[in-house]
Design a protein around this ligand. Structure first.
Ligand code: ADP
Length: 197
């Protein structure tokens, strides 16, 4: 790597409504880390009124996943511009094994990957999502999103665990407590990345 201090890419994993965006946002603001939320990115595309944005909006409202190829294309530029010493918090990507493979292929050589798996009971998730009231937070879309999560994204927990980089954090607690645990994981990973190997 050559750099005095290593960078790291942190993947926030967990079901819809578990608070990935909140945790990533707070940590990024307080530490000057980069934060990429693919949900936000897609909502911006949708709001732009482009043809692509209309298609994306329909997919999101159904609670389905945007196709892998499009997702990878959308994040590729952001991945390419990550400096060697930078921390990138990935919130909402990867969501499928194909996306995880694409991520590892693009950044695996330059930045270690660390995954943080946030957990909470499903009843808590549903309550939070219903309270949020986004256009894709209707009861049917929420049910479908949790199902898509279980089928397509949950397997990534084992994908990262098999690579020895998975950390689990209970997210059914006050934001500050979760944040403290999250910061520990990122800072440990940064310390590891800076150590000459
Ligand atoms: P949540 O908070 O429910 O996890 P997000 O704001 O992260 O939702 O994402 C909203 C929607 O955007 C998802 O339901 C999905 O349709 C789409 N989306 C976001 N990231 C991805 C991705 N990596 N791959 C495919 N679709 C995605």
């Amino acid at each position: 790597m050559g750099a005095e201090e290593g960078g790291v890419i942190v993947v926030l994993l967990g079901p819809p409504g578990v608070g990935k965006g909140t945790q990533a946002g707070v940590a990024a603001d307080s530490h000057g880390w980069k934060h990429l939320s693919t949900g936000e990115m897609l909502r911006e595309e949708a709001a732009s009124g482009s043809e692509l944005g209309r298609e994306v909006q329909e997919i999101m409202d159904r609670g389905d996943l945007v196709p892998d190829a499009l997702m990878v294309e959308m994040v590729a530029g952001r991945l390419a511009e990550i400096g060697p010493d930078e921390v990138l918090l990935l919130d909402g990507f990867p969501r499928t094994e194909a996306q995880a493979e694409a991520l590892a292929e693009r950044v695996g050589g330059s930045h270690p990957l660390v995954a943080v798996y946030f957990t909470a009971p499903e009843s808590v998730l549903t309550q939070r999502l219903l309270g949020r009231g986004r256009s894709d937070d209707t009861p049917e879309a929420i049910r479908h999103r949790l199902e898509v999560y279980r089928r397509s994204t949950r397997p990534l927990v084992d994908w990262f665990r098999a690579r020895g980089v998975l950390h689990e954090i209970s997210a059914d607690r006050p934001v500050e407590e979760i944040q403290r645990d999250f910061l520990h994981v990122v800072q440990d990973a940064l310390a590891d990345a800076s150590r000459p190997s």
